[in-house]
Design a protein. Structure first.
Length: 153
């Protein structure tokens, strides 16, 4: 299998450093999330107490609708596809705006961190609350499960 790292690294450098097509220089800060949908935690990963991270490259119409989604990064191996499916579904329901973009669409990168906190010893008996999922910014979402699995840590 050919090494795809140089292409991936170049693509990421382009996405992070250079302005997106249809945008003015320095306009990345002008992209705003009007509504960020928080994905569901992958049920099997929740049962297993697994965490993961997905970074998506979104193409957004000037009307703010996500028209295309590409996976930039999904981990860990074995769980990344499931986490990515949840993140893609949520991204497609989200809305953005860019006050400085021109053209028919603009690009935006969003990272979804699926974080499963350490299971406390009393999870099965007292079911303590888990911190809620949160939209940290227009380009980062922290996703947490809603309930503890009833297992001994």
């Amino acid at each position: 299998m050919p090494n795809q790292f140089p292409l991936t690294a170049t693509l990421l450098a382009c996405l992070v450093i250079l302005p997106c097509s249809g945008q003015e220089t320095g306009s990345a800060k002008r992209i705003r999330a009007k509504r960020m949908e928080i994905p569901r935690y992958l049920p099997l990963a929740q049962q297993a107490g697994r965490s993961g991270e997905v970074t998506l490259y979104l193409t957004v119409s000037t009307a703010g609708k996500v028209v295309a989604v590409d996976i930039v990064h999904a981990q860990p191996s074995g769980w990344g596809r499931g986490f990515a499916a949840m993140a893609i579904d949520a991204a497609k329901q989200s809305e953005f705006e860019c006050t400085s973009c021109s053209g028919d669409a603009f690009e935006h990168i969003v990272t979804y961190q699926f974080r499963f906190p350490a299971i406390p010893r009393n999870a099965c008996t007292l079911n303590p609350p888990i911190p809620a999922s949160n939209v940290d910014s227009g380009s980062h979402v922290t996703v947490r499960p809603r309930h503890w699995p009833c297992v001994t840590p």
